[in-house]
Design a protein around this ligand. Structure first.
Ligand SMILES: NC(=O)c1ccc[n+]([C@@H]2O[C@H](COP(=O)([O-])OP(=O)(O)OC[C@H]3O[C@@H](n4cnc5c(N)ncnc54)[C@H](O)[C@@H]3O)[C@@H](O)[C@H]2O)c1
Length: 343
């Protein structure tokens, strides 16, 4: 029997997911939803779906096994919680929510309903990650270091920090999340951001920083350093990088590629396997998890991804206040009812 998946939010990312779903033999997409009629009508053609302008109506009328939520972060929690409560599995895009209070609503609903719930951190589905972990063995991690060089975002809502949350919150969240796989949870951090190379006046709706530096302490004893920028240009050629340093071993995660450097030499993982590509197939794993109820295929459940959200929220707060901030402390405050928004 085919897995019936609905998609809520069919903008840039939602359409990418729809195209993936449309290619899968074991999936049908009976319904999609977007508040913009033209966007919904166009998206409905991709997988021959019924289209809705209101996700509540879609969840009410359609018999679905799962939904993908690809709306902007402030609109993640309501549809995700409603779908979970309606007995559907959910793949909700990153970051988990705009505020930690909303994120905790998702964590609670996933726990209460027992439904499969995945966050859209697709890099966690790279099959080479466990291989890299094996290479690191039981070496302590000395340092994780992440870099994401980018230009002023093309999407207007991301360009403005008040709707996008800034580069650490929206984009570098991927490598900050991935670093937690290796180094564990962040216990405290200090961030400094600047707007020093760009000028707000040079771009429409550009109200953001252009340089971000964050220093982290991890529960494992590791330290971390992350640098991001919006000051560069498209096509600069520098890969998104996450370096993990253990005892006499450097693991470099460069997008889908993973390189291990030891005193024995430099090895690109997977390159010795004929026809191998390290494509991370989050959607394939999600659909399989729904069909088989195999929870091992869920790599980023909300109970975990809320910690990545708390880390990037803590970075934004630290940059604003000049204080050292603990992500756990922010989760505690949200648990007591404080909103704790991205910015
Ligand atoms: N995992 C990744 O690599 C990745 C990449 C890009 C975007 N994203 C995430 O995907 C999400 C969407 O980003 P995007 O770039 O596609 O944004 P987008 O603005 O292109 O698309 C969002 C869509 O959601 C629709 N929408 C808003 N409110 C709605 C509602 N109440 N009901 C139904 N539809 C609604 C909008 O009309 C729009 O079409 C964000 O959370 C973003 O962070 C993830």
């Amino acid at each position: 029997m085919k897995v019936r998946v609905g998609v809520i939010g069919t903008g840039r990312r939602g359409k990418q997911h729809l195209r993936q779903l449309a290619k899968k033999q074991d999936v049908e997409v009976p319904a999609i939803c977007d508040i913009l009629p033209d966007v919904a009508a166009e998206a409905a053609k991709i997988a021959n779906s019924r289209s809705y302008l209101d996700y509540r109506e879609m969840l009410d009328k359609e018999e679905l096994d799962a939904v993908v939520v690809a709306t902007p972060a402030p609109v993640h929690a309501d549809p995700t919680v409603l779908a979970l409560e309606a007995g559907m599995a959910v793949m909700c895009e990153k970051p988990l929510a705009w505020s930690l209070k909303d994120a905790l609503r998702i964590v609670e609903a996933a726990k209460r309903t027992g439904q499969i719930c995945e966050t859209g951190y697709q890099w966690r589905h790279n099959p080479l990650l466990p291989v890299a972990m094996e290479h690191l063995g039981d070496s302590g991690i000395a340092l994780v270091r992440g870099v994401w060089y980018h230009t002023v975002p093309l999407v207007e809502s991301i360009r403005d920090v008040s709707t996008g949350g800034g580069q650490i919150f929206d984009q570098s969240t991927h490598i900050i999340d991935l670093a937690r796989v290796f180094a564990g949870d962040v216990t405290s951090l200090y961030a400094a951001y600047t707007l020093n190379a760009r000028s707000k006046a040079d771009f429409d709706n550009y109200d953001n920083w252009d340089g971000y530096a964050v220093t982290m302490n991890y529960e494992s004893g590791a330290v971390g350093s992350f640098g991001s920028t919006y000051a560069l240009f498209l096509g600069h050629g520098e890969p998104v990088t996450l370096d993990i340093v253990g005892s006499e071993i450097l693991v470099k995660v460069l997008g889908e590629k993973i390189i291990v450097i030891t005193p024995d030499g430099r090895q690109e993982l997977g390159s010795d396997m004929e026809g191998f590509t390290a494509q991370s197939d989050i959607m394939g794993n999600f659909v399989k998890a729904v069909a088989t109820q195999d929870r091992a295929l869920v790599k980023s459940p909300p109970a975990d991804s809320v910690k990545s959200l708390a880390t990037t929220t803590a970075a934004n707060l630290s940059a604003k206040t000049g204080q050292i901030v603990s992500p756990d402390e922010l989760i505690r405050r949200a648990g007591e009812g404080e909103e704790v928004p991205a910015i």
